[in-house]
Design a protein around this ligand. Structure first.
Ligand code: PLP
Length: 388
């Protein structure tokens, strides 16, 4: 292994760079998770999470990755054979669909081209046609991490409301929460799923469900087998500041500090910062003469940008050069996008000069890979940062 100076640039779209403040908080000695000091921490963290989700309801925290939180959302609300409406927005939406199927749910999967978000028009059409209300939940990935495309959740909610349809709305915000504007209560979402390792600036290891009253009511009738994921014993124990199992104590120290940081910056400012860095990144991509994968101006992701290369160009070769020469990790193409795109993560603990360094590394990598790019991308991004 070559000796490397300076810090590695971890510019994949999660896990993201963990701030020193969070790393230091996590290095404190592990506490008795049944003692009073822990109870204070747990109550504080569970309360401070709510504004980040935009909810006044409970947020359930699991020692899990985002995939566990997906499963928790499904098994707490649904019964075997229930129909769910999902949208093929990309790799992660496809994985959530696979999970629903393997749990014994019947999935109606709206096909997609991996360049657009969930279609509110298609949702309206499927929901209108479902006169018998067989669809029990609509599952949408807010920010498809494999494509850099966001779905317009308020418009999906409006489709449910216009159809007078009672299905639950389950939303994956694994790569949007704490980065892209999101409002659980105002947007009428029933379960919001997320993980710790992206906008929340923590290492991987925590999964979250924000839960509406309607979802809680549905959980008392839901019959998919559940035990560890069951919301009720967790929410009950949380009231006293405890968990019905050993929680991930040191990750919760980190979460406490990360929530302080988000509050100090202010959520609106956090969202604006991500949107601005995303716009500068798109300016760079266009300056290089390359294509942003997201095909709808309304759906550009604030947390990552997927760059589409031409047929015959190898995105993984560019990533390899960037890693070896400049010690920077970029996101690989997932599923059907393997080799065709690379993804630039610009989320979490990130500022103008982190973006400038990231884009400088990408530009040099593209040139070293021999791609016929224009040298104008970095300048275009810097212009955007200077003038906006
Ligand atoms: N959903 C989205 C949008 C993701 O980006 C990811 C992971 O990157 C997941 C779900 C799965 O989360 P995890 O890998 O933490 O299990």
């Amino acid at each position: 292994m070559t000796f490397r100076t300076g810090r590695h640039f971890l510019q994949i779209p999660g896990p993201t760079n963990v701030p020193d403040r969070v790393l230091r908080a996590m290095s404190a000695p592990t506490l008795d998770h049944r003692g009073p000091e822990f109870a204070d921490l747990a109550r504080r963290v569970l309360e401070a999470l709510k504004p980040v989700f935009g909810t006044s309801g409970p947020v359930v925290v699991y020692p899990s990755s985002g995939t566990g939180a997906w499963e928790a959302a499904l098994v707490n609300t649904l019964s075997p054979g229930d129909r769910v409406l999902c949208f093929e927005t990309g790799h992660f939406a496809s994985l959530w669909r696979d999970m629903a199927q393997s749990l014994g749910l019947e999935v109606e999967f709206v096909p997609g081209d991996w360049r657009h978000g969930a279609s509110p028009e298609a949702a309206a059409q499927r929901l209108d046609a479902d006169i018998a209300h067989r669809i029990k939940a609509v599952c949408v990935v807010h920010n498809e991490t494999s494509t850099g495309v966001t779905s317009r959740i308020p418009e999906i909610r409006a489709a449910l409301d216009a159809a007078g349809h009672p299905a639950l709305l389950l939303v994956d915000t694994v790569s949007s929460l704490g980065s892209i504007e999101y409002r659980h209560d105002d947007w009428g979402v029933d379960v919001t799923v997320t993980g710790s390792q992206k906008g929340l600036m923590l290492p991987p290891g925590l999964g979250f469900n924000a839960v509406s009253d309607k979802a809680l009511a549905a959980s008392s009738a839901a019959r998919l087998p559940r035990s560890y994921w069951d919301w009720t014993p967790i929410i009950d124990a949380n009231e006293a500041g405890f968990f019905p199992y050993t929680p991930a104590t040191n990750l919760l120290y980190g979460l406490d500090e990360a929530l302080n940081m988000l509050a100090e910056e202010g959520l609106e400012q956090v969202w604006a910062r991500h949107a601005r860095h995303a716009a500068a990144t798109r300016a760079a991509v266009r300056g290089w003469g390359l294509e942003v994968l997201c095909a709808d101006e309304r759906e550009h992701s604030g947390s990552l940008t997927a760059v589409l290369l031409a047929d015959g160009q190898d995105a993984d070769a560019v990533r390899k050069i960037v890693l070896e020469r400049f010690d920077m990790s970029l996101g690989t193409g997932l599923g059907r996008l393997a080799g065709k795109v690379f993804r630039i993560g610009h989320l979490g603990h990130f500022n103008d000069l982190t973006l400038a360094g990231t884009l400088a590394g990408v530009q040099m990598g593209l040139e070293l890979a021999g791609l016929p790019v224009r040298p104008d991308g970095l300048t275009a991004a810097l212009d955007h940062l200077r003038t906006n």
